[in-house]
Ligand binder design. Structure first.
Ligand SMILES: *Cc1c(COP(=O)(O)O)cnc(C)c1O
Length: 402
């Protein structure tokens, strides 16, 4: 007989996940058990200020009371129907999200990668139906150092060796040009180009903001050549940069936007493609879908998120506190560059500064959750953070780099 595990003993969660989970991540040795607002609490009772915010999935902080209340209310009524039936949340979610983003039509999905995949599929279909591209010949241009998710097609367009290595064969039909280089983009566009797919600000690459005018030039190029502009705003969208959409800073409109991460309010995966009705209209019944996409629970959560964003409060917080965050980070010793916008910063660490120390672990030791990646820190606190909390976090970074 197998020994019965002692139900009262505290399991060693790190050892259990090491043994039973696939090793596709390398997490810090912290086991979180609670969180509220900008703070998370570990199993040992230690509190940490969250400077990661689930890579923007937690823009409203952990367990925002209005989002949690909307979810609880929906949990007591209706959670899943499938799209074979209507439900009383779906249409309203689509309308409210379209109104918030100034778009016409919403295609719901679950994860960010799925939203970008869906935008790619729609762009191809549109190219065949409307632009007259010969069947099977549609091309999509993407930027180097992009991050669009982990599906086979999304890693097909990645330039990151680790993300691609041994996952081929890859999806054809894509051309990669350097991010921020309008001449390279111009040279790559041809009559079979269906779309240009870009992150307006590249998150995983280290919060890379293109030069002023680049995104407007992309829009112009698309207009001149009858090409769609697909904006992946999964990470940069929904108030992270201080505006509802990151492209708003440049006064530029995309034809389709992929949204995700914080659209789920930190509770569950909710994503969508939003944009032009005539482009999304290329899809007919049965041609595309998702079992969970647009489920009533997700829509109720998404509607609560849209309500919070509609006040403009989070965009304003990101702008104002973002200015403060950037000025404080810019003064740090051992930092060569601070990139980004609003409460979002890529902090480039001077070479040699961190030799022999694990920066993320040292920061956790000072009560700050913040991940170092390829020589930079990505700072993205929940937008509910206060000025004093920003000071706490930046002081911890100063300590570790100093
Ligand atoms: C996170 C991210 C994705 C993928 O989202 P998942 O929900 O992890 O599939 C796509 N694009 C960008 C810009 C992202 O940051």
């Amino acid at each position: 007989m197998n020994p019965t595990p002692d139900a009262t003993a505290t399991p060693d969660h790190i050892a259990v996940s090491d043994r039973w989970a696939a090793h596709n991540y390398h997490p810090l040795p912290i086991v979180l058990t609670h969180a509220e607002g900008a703070w998370a609490t570990g199993q040992d009772g230690r509190r940490y200020l969250d400077f990661v915010a689930g890579y923007s999935a937690l823009n409203f902080g952990h367990r925002h009371p209005e989002i949690v209340a909307a979810a609880k209310d929906q949990l007591d009524r209706l959670t899943l129907t499938g799209r074979s039936f209507h439900n009383d949340q779906f249409g309203l979610f689509c309308r409210e999200l379209a109104e918030l983003t100034g778009t016409e039509t919403v295609l719901p999905a679950n994860t960010g990668a799925e939203a970008v995949e869906s935008a790619v599929k729609v762009a191809r279909k549109w190219a065949y139906q409307v632009k007259g591209v010969p069947d099977g010949a549609a091309e999509i241009i993407v930027a180097g150092a992009n991050f669009h998710g982990r599906t086979t097609t999304m890693v097909s367009i990645s330039t990151d060796r680790t993300a691609r290595n041994e996952f081929g064969p890859f999806t054809p039909g894509f051309t990669v040009v350097p991010f921020g280089d309008i001449d390279a983009l111009r040279a790559a566009v041809n009559p079979n180009t269906a779309a240009i797919l870009l992150e307006p600000i590249q998150g995983e690459a280290g919060v890379v903001v293109p030069a002023k005018g680049y995104l407007a030039d992309v829009r112009q190029l698309c207009d001149d050549t009858g090409t769609l502009f697909l904006a992946d705003e999964v990470q940069c969208g929904l108030a992270r940069t201080g505006t509802t959409l990151a492209l708003d800073h440049e006064g530029v409109r995309a034809d389709l936007y992929a949204l995700g991460k914080s659209l789920g309010g930190g509770l569950m995966p909710v994503s969508a493609v939003v944009g032009r009705a005539d482009v999304l209209g290329a899809l007919k019944p049965g041609e595309h879908g998702s079992t969970f996409g647009g489920n009533p629970l997700a829509c109720a959560v998404g509607r609560a998120v849209v309500r919070l964003l509609a006040t403009g409060e989070f965009q304003e917080r990101s702008r104002e506190l973002g200015t403060y965050l950037h000025s404080r980070l810019g003064e740090l010793e051992g930092v060569t560059e601070v990139r980004g916008r609003g409460l979002w910063a890529g902090v480039q660490i001077a070479e040699g500064r961190t030799t022999g120390v694990n920066v993320s672990e040292a920061l956790a030791g000072r009560g700050l959750l913040c991940k170092e990646n390829q020589g930079h820190l990505r700072v993205a606190p929940p937008l509910v953070i206060t000025r004093e909390e920003i000071d706490f976090g930046v002081d911890a970074i100063a300590d570790v780099l100093g």
